[in-house]
Design a protein. Structure first.
Length: 71
């Protein structure tokens, strides 16, 4: 587990976990710039894939991966 924090979409990295308001979690598998936005691909708790596109300055609830904290 980890501490849930608010971060901007541009701060997301592979391995971070997005957390929904209802408690669901989604592991980030890929992050790419698309025009002025950020495309995030993720894996749900039951193994399904999904993606979202967000503005770089949008606020997202998540937990940092261990690799991101060590850097």
């Amino acid at each position: 587990m980890g501490i849930v924090e608010l971060m901007q979409a541009r701060e997301l990295a592979v391995g971070d976990v997005l957390v929904s308001a209802t408690g669901g979690s989604y592991e980030v598998t890929k992050v790419a710039r698309v025009g002025r936005g950020i495309r995030v691909q993720y894996l749900t708790e039951d193994g399904r894939t999904g993606r979202l596109t967000a503005a770089p300055e949008s606020i997202i609830r998540g937990r940092r991966s261990h690799a991101t904290r060590a850097a």
